[in-house]
Design a protein around this ligand. Structure first.
Ligand code: HEC
Length: 147
């Protein structure tokens, strides 16, 4: 009886030790996390978007997902959905971007290009995004002309 108890105690001790060792084994994972943060930071600085990281990161993600197919990954209007007439707006064109106020950009995006007297080739996006997501997109688009 006494012996069984001792064996049990040992078994519990052994189990706990294994758990503690397993816990220590998690450390490499934690530094793995730090690495991915580093990678994201590198992506950000590559796009010179370090100042308002979250808005620009989100803006970029949404732009690449929803707009780049027509406007191109760099925003130059050369997306995969080519051959559109007129061609998609070129957000890297400084003079063109300067001529558009933020209000104009928001209106064109939310209500579609037809709402600002252009063709109907850019669909209305107002119902697809939250207001702050639209701000992220406009903030990001503004960076594409190098300003
Ligand atoms: C189906 C292709 C297509 C998609 C997808 C698309 N666009 Fe467009 N976009 C166009 C075309 C084509 C024009 C040019 C319209 C014209 O000049 O008549 C345009 C023009 C614009 C303009 C300029 C409007 C102006 O004031 O002259 C803005 C801003 C714009 N798009 C934003 C966006 C954003 C933001 C997205 C993603 C949420 C998006 N577009 C997705 C095709 C597209």
């Amino acid at each position: 009886m006494q012996k069984t108890l001792q064996i049990r105690k040992f078994a519990i001790f052994a189990t706990l030790s294994v758990l503690v060792i397993a816990g220590c084994g998690k450390k490499p994972n934690q530094s793995g996390k730090a690495d991915s943060t580093k990678t994201m930071a590198a992506v950000d600085s590559a796009a010179t978007v370090t100042k308002v990281p979250f808005a620009l990161k989100e803006g970029k993600r949404l732009f690449l997902h929803y707009c780049a197919v027509c406007h191109g990954e760099t925003g130059d209007g050369g997306g995969q959905y080519y051959g559109l007439t007129p061609s998609p707006a070129n957000f890297t064109d400084k003079a063109f971007m300067k001529s558009l106020s933020n209000e104009r950009l928001f209106k064109a995006i939310m209500e579609g290009s037809a709402s600002v007297g252009k063709s109907n080739m850019c669909p209305p996006w107002g119902k697809s995004f939250q207001p702050e997501e639209l701000e992220f997109i406009v903030t990001y688009i503004r960076t594409l002309s190098g300003k």
